[in-house]
Ligand binder design. Sequence first.
Ligand SMILES: *[C@@H]1O[C@H](CO)[C@@H](O)[C@H](O)[C@H]1NC(C)=O
Ligand SMILES: *[C@@H]1O[C@H](CO)[C@@H](O)[C@H](O)[C@H]1NC(C)=O
Ligand SMILES: *[C@@H]1O[C@H](CO)[C@@H](O)[C@H](O)[C@H]1NC(C)=O
Ligand SMILES: *[C@@H]1O[C@H](CO)[C@@H](O)[C@H](O)[C@H]1NC(C)=O
Length: 508
Amino acid sequence: MLSATSRSSASSLHLKSTRHFHRKPSPYTITLYIIALFALSIFIFIYYSKDILDIDDQHKPFSSQSHQLSDEQVQGALSSYGLHQCVEPTAKYKAALGSDHYITVRSNGGLNQMRTGISDMVAIAHIMNATLVIPQLDKRSFWQDKSKFSDVFDEPHFIRSLQGDIRIIRELPGELVSLPHARKHFTSWSGMGYFEEMKQIWKDHQVVHVPKSDARLANNDLPLDIQRLRCRSLYHALRFTPPIENLGKKLVERLRLRAERYIALHLRYEKDMLSFTGCTYGLTDAESEELRVMRENTNHWKMKKINSTEQRIGGFCPLTPKEVGIFLQGLGYTSSTLIYIAAGEIYGGSTHLKELTSRFPNVVFKETIATEEELKELTNHASQTAALDYIISVESDVFIPSHSGNMARTVEGHRRFLGHRTTITPDRKGLVDIFDKMDSGLLNESSSLSRLIIKLHKNRRGAPRKRGGPPPGLKGRARLRFEEPFYQNPYPECICDSKVTTNSSHSA
Ligand SMILES: *[C@@H]1O[C@H](CO)[C@@H](O)[C@H](O)[C@H]1NC(C)=O
Ligand SMILES: *[C@@H]1O[C@H](CO)[C@@H](O)[C@H](O)[C@H]1NC(C)=O
Ligand SMILES: *[C@@H]1O[C@H](CO)[C@@H](O)[C@H](O)[C@H]1NC(C)=O
Ligand SMILES: *[C@@H]1O[C@H](CO)[C@@H](O)[C@H](O)[C@H]1NC(C)=O
């Protein structure tokens, strides 16, 4: 759960190669050449001054990209970057409909960890040529949700839409239930070789039970068809149930009635996260103590003694509501900006929240925009309310997560897939440095602060770039752990350059 690696991501800019003509230049071509050069320099000037204007224009913080993209518009949005979605299998791809071997799964974690884990299990079932039994959802995590798969996901759609890939059944056939099952914790971030080898299990067992689904599959160095299957599974097959999808759409429409555009803010200032990360900056002693006790008593959280100051300086803490307020103002958002809080209960409730709402009064929650009646079915089902937040976040004009995590990563990846909708990922380490300078009076809230914040996030706005590899200097399995997650950025496997055919290449 805690792998708070902040990553600075350089967006790559592809320049078209210029063609050269080898001919004796006539005065006419020289004139043309000079005109062309002139035009080019104007183009370059406009290009860069656009960037400069973007930085200085305090009143246009929303990107110029059009909002509310329907599915039909998605290809258009991607094509403006010279890109398109590419999730179709290659010519050599075959369904793996193994019907004599079965994989049962218990998904673990919150909604998004389960969704990405389930998509990985779909790919693993394909590699191992096994029938996948509809996964069980996590009922024991912090969220204590009793929902089953079909309460959250459109189960018939899931089965149907993957029928060209793997066989999925609702339940293990009766005659197999009493047979001894293999129980296998797959090694995290494993590649093809590992799962090919796992097929040995079938020599002795017909059923293998997998007790954990998170991050079992590597991010990189997998066949293109496996990567695309992951995308088909996550972006197409794992749709939420019709009631959740419909309510999500309705709430997005209501937000758009309130304001032309809105920010979805994943304010991960929730009790479990603060306790888990040991981040107590800005909290009272009593609050810090409550969080410490919770951490001590949660067995599966390994880190017990945490120095909050060091966590914060390292950039491992979720931004506080106050810090988010300064950050958004620094980015140039005006106080009237509509902000949807995509999160559970904010720790300390209005006490901490008011440090954000004092700057941005137009803050709304699902409880603000939905009726009690509409939410009745969903409350006490954390996965289902998280699904609403997911839909509203994916559809937002700008998505801003206050902390890294599965929700932040998965929403960012989906938004990339849908046309690189703006996702602003705070550079928490850099921001803490700025906030500490403010605390000690070295910096004031001013336009120079704003310029600093904008500059820091210039390359953190979700623009197209290929998925990053491991950070330099890491070897062995640690390397796999710290790669940019596949579902955070499915480019280049599921987002392709329209000028290049990539169906025969393997992932970078
Ligand atoms: C997958 O399993 C089925 C039997 O369940 C078998 O007929 C088929 O040949 C297998 N496919 C591969 C690629 O091994
Ligand atoms: C926590 O870390 C900071 C910075 O390294 C240090 O100044 C402080 O003394 C540490 N606090 C404790 C309680 O160890
Ligand atoms: C911050 O503002 C105060 C009062 O407005 C001023 O006295 C001080 O010099 C400013 N500090 C910086 C670093 O600009
Ligand atoms: C790409 O796929 C198409 C059909 O899906 C096929 O005709 C073509 O040969 C493939 N290209 C490469 C480079 O494999």
